[in-house]
Design a binder for this molecule. Structure first.
Ligand SMILES: *Cc1c(COP(=O)(O)O)cnc(C)c1O
Length: 223
């Protein structure tokens, strides 16, 4: 894998409204540095215990994105520096992020993860749960988080029609929320969808952030 070439190719081919999050999970510091020297500044990790030491070891102008399932009791370790949490999948987690945001005096940007795939195992809210959350959550008490959009993962399938349908559905839902009255502290700016196998479809369907690991760093052997 030529990481530098891969980063350059993505930079040249992505539309200006879409940002590349380089998913560096399981990859060593040196590989992240290679991407960094190629100009990449946004990286995604799915485990707190990997994210924290990588943040410590690497340049401080890196933006770290938490993209994996996050346990409430681990929020405190990333609250001081995390740029965006893509994987908020419960109100309890949102409240904990807010609490930790207060303690480090930061407003922490979050995306609500929406379950769009067929598989039952993937985390996330249903559309109804998102609408309900936006209706009933006490955003006056949630001053130290801001919800800036949605994240979704399509079904792992070869069937590109199905993937397209799922991304299209999420985009439609995103636009629907965006055009409705929103509580303060909530805006619909970012739509995080697309991974190595399906980012082209995601970009065509309106993704603003793609989370790409394998296509940049190569296969993971211990994922
Ligand atoms: C691992 C991971 C990715 C990237 O997957 P690739 O197929 O390697 O591009 C994207 N999003 C999430 C949530 C992940 O856990």
């Amino acid at each position: 894998m030529n990481i530098k070439n891969n980063i350059n190719n993505f930079c040249q081919n992505l539309p200006s409204g879409c940002k590349l999050i380089a998913v560096s999970k399981t990859k060593p510091i040196e590989k992240i540095q290679e991407a960094y020297y190629a100009g990449q500044r946004s990286f995604g990790e799915n485990k707190v215990q990997e994210l924290v030491p990588k943040h410590q070891a690497l340049p401080k102008d890196i933006e770290w994105h938490m993209i994996g399932h996050l346990q409430s009791n681990k929020v405190k370790y990333i609250a001081p520096f995390v740029t965006l949490i893509h994987s908020v999948d419960s109100v309890r987690l949102l409240e904990e992020i807010n609490k930790q945001g207060i303690s480090v005096n930061r407003i922490i940007p979050c995306l609500l993860q929406v379950h769009i795939a067929e598989e039952e195992t993937k985390f996330g809210f249903s559309e109804d749960e998102v609408l309900n959350l936006l209706r009933v959550a006490d955003f006056k008490k949630l001053q130290n988080i801001t919800i800036i959009g949605l994240m979704g993962m399509a079904t792992l399938t070869e069937n590109s029609n199905q993937i397209r349908k799922e991304f299209k559905g999420l985009k439609l839902f995103f636009e629907k929320i965006k055009s409705s009255p929103l509580p303060s502290g909530v805006e619909m700016k970012e739509l995080s969808m697309g991974m190595s196998s399906d980012y082209k479809i995601a970009v065509a369907e309106g993704s603003t952030m793609i989370r790409v690991g394998t296509a940049i760093f190569g296969e993971r052997n211990n994922a």
